[in-house]
Design a binder for this molecule. Structure first.
Ligand code: NAG
Ligand code: NAG
Ligand code: NAG
Ligand code: NAG
Ligand code: NAG
Ligand code: NAG
Length: 564
């Protein structure tokens, strides 16, 4: 039985086999993906038994439920945790259960203050009266700290009575964090395969030589492209060599396809679609509507009531019939956690109507929400993870079956344990999660953009609930949105080098071997499609197989036809 095998044995097993790492037994902490989004009568036990907040290691001046001291912020007493001797560069995962009094609900933010720095938001939770809600987050310090404090405050700054229980602070070294990432990659992005070679009489053939090559990847990883790719062969070659997914930066947006009322023009988007189709690259549809009035066609801003309603209906029907079954996703109502242009004009159920109409126009389409400042930070009260989740649940209550969670991922300095904690909470919805517009702010120098990008991409790829990653790096000769991958000659910048390194790392290299006494050969491979060539004596056969996610070893049998 699987659960009888100690975890460290599994880890060792998975580490050794696919990467041939000569790894010592891993005895560090295993990341706990647990998250709760329902409000509970009683708090659960702390994750990691409290981690370094265990009462035998640290003894905060407890009041109830194993914390709580208090701390004065703006003359308000707030619950707090006192922490000693935190180290720089350590990845701290933090969680706690929170309940409020004197208000039916409140967005509660955890803040970390050290001698030198303040980390404004290390986690948030939408807490309620009368039941406990789960906050999950984390932080990485730039400087060591002898004495720090985590305190809990109403995000809107108003005085409120906050109770905290079952806090947990679990440190991971960088190495331990990477081991945990590798563990997920080995178990979720790869799979064990055994190839059996036999002759046409079913006899297993020992000593057959096998050559396996990965020809496609299951994990969708790509970038935005712009109309600048049309006719630009160097750009096209650079792109096609790397990516299996694309999104059009602006060319499907309403202002692009119908700049003047009634003059719908899909020439450019058709050409871009034609390009990706011929290269077997899939594309996300971005976007049908954008709630930010700034990015609507000017003529739409002048419409109200039935005029706007009918413009909206034609937009959905026109777009979805032009591109039926062409795009793998549609971002239906972009950035609805931050803006509400259509709700303002058409009433509170405008978005509901968008989803319904999109679904009717193309029943097989996959409909996404898409927003920023969800994984990037927790400081934006409009787009906290709980705000996102409650919006999805609200749509569901109204009969809208959302198909996917889009997280833009426009980062400045990423906070890896916070990213992971937020993904854990979103994963409770059971929907595919995509990072849809990943980049690092242009305020960061080019080399650091590369480093930060690598952190983000590794978090995404090593989270089991993430199904795809898109970069927001459409190339423009006079500068990309925030971050370019290449210079104007399509020579990589630091961020482009990171992408190439990871593309290589997340791919099975050529595998060669010989079948054993049972006529079998086993290996670990990244999910995707493969060709396998078998040579036995003077016989050769070439076939293909496809590896998709699963816990068990996948078996394939290859039969060599007899000589005749
Ligand atoms: C923190 O470190 C100092 C200096 O190494 C040590 O004296 C102190 O006991 C430590 N505090 C705790 C709570 O571990
Ligand atoms: C922490 O304590 C050590 C040893 O007492 C001291 O050298 C260091 O300056 C202190 N750090 C801070 C940030 O106060
Ligand atoms: C549609 O757009 C294309 C590309 O911008 C342009 O060449 C063409 O003239 C447009 N068609 C109409 C009817 O405006
Ligand atoms: C919007 O309405 C204003 C005032 O009626 C008018 O001046 C303007 O030209 C209109 N804009 C568009 C793009 O139709
Ligand atoms: C949050 O959304 C509201 C309503 O759309 C808006 O007025 C407010 O400025 C937004 N706040 C932030 C921090 O984006
Ligand atoms: C293949 O090898 C077998 C013996 O190993 C031999 O009998 C046969 O003629 C060979 N076939 C060809 C096409 O060379």
């Amino acid at each position: 039985m699987q659960q009888d095998i100690p975890f460290y044995v599994l880890i060792l097993f998975f580490l050794l086999i696919p990467t041939s790492l000569v790894s010592p037994l891993y005895d560090g902490p295993l990341y706990d993906f647990t998250a709760y989004t329902e409000c509970k009568e009683k708090p659960e036990e702390p994750l990691y038994g409290g981690g370094i907040l265990k009462s035998d290691q640290q003894s905060p001046p407890a009041v109830q439920d194993n914390i709580v001291s208090s701390y004065v912020v703006n003359n308000i007493y707030v619950p707090s945790l006192v922490l000693h001797n935190l180290t720089q560069g350590t990845i701290y995962t933090f969680s706690a259960w929170v309940r409020v009094k004197g208000s039916s609900s409140a967005m509660i933010r955890a803040t970390l203050e050290t001698e030198k720095e303040t980390y404004d938001c290390i986690g948030t939770v939408s807490a309620k009266l009368g039941c406990w809600s789960f906050l999950k987050g984390g932080f990485v310090l730039n400087w060591p700290s002898n004495l720090s404090i985590i305190f809990f405050q109403n995000a809107d700054g108003k005085d409120i009575n906050i109770e905290v229980a079952s806090p947990s602070l679990q440190p991971f070294t960088k190495q331990q964090w990477e081991t945990n990432q590798q563990y997920t990659i080995n178990t979720k992005r790869k799979r064990a395969v055994t190839i059996h070679v036999s002759d046409s009489n079913g006899r297993r053939l020992q000593g057959a030589s096998i050559c396996i090559e990965q020809i496609s990847k299951e994990f969708l990883f790509g970038s935005a492209i712009a109309h600048t790719i049309l006719g630009n062969v160097p750009y096209q070659n650079w792109f096609v060599k790397r990516f299996n997914a694309a999104v059009f930066e602006n060319e499907l947006k309403w202002y692009a396809t119908e700049p003047d009322e009634g003059k719908v023009n899909y020439t450019i988007s058709d050409q871009m679609l034609q390009f990706v189709r011929t290269k077997n690259i899939v594309a996300r549809g971005h976007n049908i509507f954008w709630e930010d009035p700034k990015y609507n066609p000017p003529w739409v801003l002048n419409l109200t009531g039935t005029q706007l309603q009918s413009a909206v209906n034609s937009r959905i029907q026109s777009l979805m019939s032009q591109y039926r079954n062409e795009f793998i996703h549609w971002d239906v109502s972009n950035e609805m956690l931050h803006f509400d242009f259509y709700e303002q004009r058409l009433g509170s159920d405008a978005t509901l109507h968008f989803f319904e109409t999109a679904h009717e126009s193309d029943p097989l389409s996959t409909l996404f929400m898409n927003d920023f400042n969800v994984v990037e930070t927790c400081s934006d009260v409009n787009s906290t993870v709980d705000a996102y989740i409650s919006r999805v649940k609200e749509l569901r209550r109204n009969g809208i079956l959302m198909d996917g969670i889009g997280l833009e991922g426009h980062f400045t300095i990423p906070n890896p344990p916070l990213i992971r904690a937020i993904l854990d909470k979103l994963a409770t919805l059971g929907l595919p999660i995509w990072l849809t517009e990943v980049d690092i702010s242009k305020t960061i120098d080019t080399d650091s953009q590369g480093n930060y990008l690598e952190q983000v991409l590794r978090e995404g790829f090593s989270h089991p609930a993430v199904n795809g990653i898109m970069l927001w790096t459409a190339y423009h000769p006079n500068g990309c949105y925030q971050m370019c991958l290449t210079d104007k000659n399509f020579k990589n910048l630091a961020a482009g080098d990171v992408v190439d390194k990871l593309l290589q790392e997340w791919k099975t290299g050529r595998v060669e071997g010989v079948t054993d006494v049972h006529g079998s050969y086993s290996f670990y491979g990244f999910l995707g499609e493969y060709t396998v060539t078998v040579n036995y004596g003077n016989r050769t056969t070439k076939s293909t197989f496809s590896l998709s996610r699963g816990q068990e070893t996948e078996h394939f049998t290859i039969t060599l036809s007899s000589n005749s």
